[in-house]
Design a protein. Sequence first.
Length: 174
Amino acid sequence: MPRTDLIRPIAETKKLSDFFIDLLTSDLTDEQSNQRVREPEGASIVWHLGHLCHARCELLTVVGEEVNNTFEPLFERRISATDGTNYPGISAMRKSWEDLAEHVSDVLENVTTEQLFVSLEGMGQPHGEKNVLGVVSYVMWHEVYHIGQIGTVRTLLGLPSTFDRMVETSAPGD
């Protein structure tokens, strides 16, 4: 149980993001995850996943965690997607996501109201967030946006859609 009820809906949204990232990436090969649907500049699935890992590292940093953000050089918001030849493979990216998911869950479980309302005024937050809660909220919204993008890329590549993946992976009677 989180130390503050304020974070509960955000923590639940994070669990959904984790579920959908697993659902939409667990069946991919490296070749599929690096394909771009808007040649020559579109983002691949692995780029979206790396970009989300980078955002989670930034979230952890804002909450006060020490994080080695190895994703920043390839995936931060000012870096355009490439052809993917310099990206880690999908298995490595999924492992990074899982590790970050666990870390973020631990942080959200223990965050205090005081931590959430630490002011970030004048710290140049990219979307005008005023405090830590604003950053955490934005990152979770941002994840949902990119999960939708991953679903769209999958469909354009002829892979099973988000809905089809849910049907494929659910047990009878679920």
